[in-house]
Design a protein around this ligand. Structure first.
Ligand code: 5GP
Ligand code: ZN
Length: 114
């Protein structure tokens, strides 16, 4: 996807602060953090949203969820706790149309988020 900012981040065309990478997954610090730790975890392949998750791309998705525990350990929030959030579509608050999961931590997080 030529005009997708997260595809450009994966390619290195837009700089990012990398936290974790493997062959299918990339994780980097959010530009506008909502918590002391705010990382975006994305599949390297362009998947638009959770609506586009399917059998065909399920290995990317399973890799992504396996990476969550690894990333939490890297960030040293595996013991203190964290939240993993996905925003899907307009009312869900999705602003970037490349599937991503927010990992938030480093402070007490309120629930419900509002
Ligand atoms: P959404 O609102 O789609 O769930 O989340 C998109 C997130 O991407 C936002 O938290 C926003 O701060 C982050 N973001 C948007 N553009 C960039 C960018 O170029 N670099 C980084 N690191 N984060 C970005
Ligand atoms: Zn993309």
């Amino acid at each position: 996807m030529e005009d997708c900012i997260f595809c450009k981040i994966v390619k290195g065309d837009i700089p990012s602060e990398k936290v974790y990478e493997d062959d299918k997954v990339y994780a980097f610090k959010d530009l506008n953090p909502e918590a002391p730790i705010h990382v975006l975890i994305i599949p390297k392949m362009h998947i638009k949203s959770t609506n586009e998750i399917s059998e065909e791309n399920s290995s990317s998705i399973s890799n992504l969820f396996i990476s969550v525990a690894k990333i939490a350990k890297i960030l040293n929030i595996d013991e203190s706790g964290y939240r993993v959030v996905n925003n899907c579509g307009k009312q869900g608050g999705q602003t970037v149309e490349h599937l991503h999961f927010h990992m938030l931590g480093g402070r007490d997080l309120t629930w419900p988020p509002g």
